[in-house]
Write a protein that binds this ligand. Structure first.
Ligand code: GLU
Length: 316
């Protein structure tokens, strides 16, 4: 079996370009702010740029006003981004072009299966849900209408070294199977959009929540199919609620930081990420706390974090 192993992370040789890529499906919560602060500190520590991309591609899930609220929260916390905001909803031309290039190379196929059929054919779904069984890979059965567009994945192991979690490998054909790039509802899939956008912006340092660790091999595979450089990856531990579950937007552990307590929130985020924030700056304004974070952020400390937040403690 072949192994796809990105050789040099691009950020070893080029000026760092990082990003924060929230989905405007609600206000930022503690978990998403962890990704914002972590990606900001690591990009700025390397004297790099830090971009903001609104992942408003999944239009049915986008909440009106959420993007404005996200930008307001970032500004309140002193998380100032470089350049104009990138809106995925305005980039369908780039996604279509990427699909056309994959299509030309014979990597795509129409799939006529419904979710129910895939589920029925994969009775023991893996951690990424049911593994696509390859039903339409060699052509649609007569009478089937095309629904989603999928990419063929080889029997290949994708390996990468994450900045926090270390070496990670996945055999795509066993864990996810041929995956969707354009959904049955016509929307471009997250996996495609993220790869096309990161490449278009020259992102070479991706810092985000560990819930996306298992998506990374799909993204590295797509980058290699499209001839894009491979960024370096850092996945940050997820903030968990008292029950040990990932904090969701609905739980709203933090919506907008309380006025006058923005610095306290940034301190809590840095502490959550295992950083040893000195007492002297715990009451400081967010810009001062962030500037401490930029200078002192130590990625080796991240795994020392205690992922469990108790109730609304960060509002106390
Ligand atoms: N939009 C995704 C989210 O809000 C993040 C995507 C990424 O960082 O690659 O979870």
């Amino acid at each position: 079996m072949n192994t796809l192993l990105p050789e040099t992370a691009q950020s070893d040789v080029a000026p760092v370009i990082g990003r924060f890529a929230p989905s405007p499906t609600g206000p930022l919560h503690f978990g998403s702010l962890v990704a914002a602060v972590g990606s900001y500190c690591l990009a700025r520590q390397a004297a790099g740029r830090w971009l903001l991309r609104m992942e408003d591609l999944d239009t049915p899930r986008v909440v009106p006003g959420a993007a404005d609220e996200i930008m307001r929260t970032l500004e309140l916390l002193g998380l100032h981004w470089d350049g104009p905001v990138i809106w995925q909803s305005q980039r369908s031309g780039a996604y279509s072009a990427a699909l056309a290039s994959l299509e030309q190379r014979g990597l795509l196929f129409d799939c006529g299966c419904s979710r129910k059929e895939i589920l029925a054919s994969a009775p023991h779904p893996g951690e990424e849900g049911p593994v696509y069984p390859g039903t339409c890979r060699h052509g649609l059965a007569p009478g089937r209408r095309p629904r989603a567009l999928r990419i063929k994945v080889p029997e290949e192991q994708v390996c990468f070294v994450d900045g926090v979690f270390g070496s990670h490998e996945q055999i795509l054909s066993r864990v996810v199977g041929d995956f969707v790039l354009r959904r049955a509802d016509g929307l471009f899939a997250y996996q495609l959009a993220v790869v096309v956008d990161d490449a278009a912006s020259g992102i070479n340092q991706v810092v985000r929540g560990a819930d996306l660790l298992s998506s990374t091999p799909r993204q590295i595979f797509l980058q290699s199919c499209l001839g894009y450089p491979i960024p370096s990856y850092v996945h940050l531990p997820l903030a968990l609620n008292a029950a040990g579950k990932k904090i969701s937007k609905r739980q709203g552990i933090i919506d907008t930081p309380e006025s006058g307590r923005e610095g306290v929130l940034v301190c809590r985020i840095l502490q959550f990420l295992g950083q040893d924030v000195p007492l002297s700056i715990r009451g400081a304004d967010p810009v001062e706390v962030l500037s401490w974070g930029v200078t002192h952020f130590n990625i080796r400390r991240v795994l020392m974090c205690d992922q469990r937040l108790v109730g609304n403690e960060n509002k106390s």
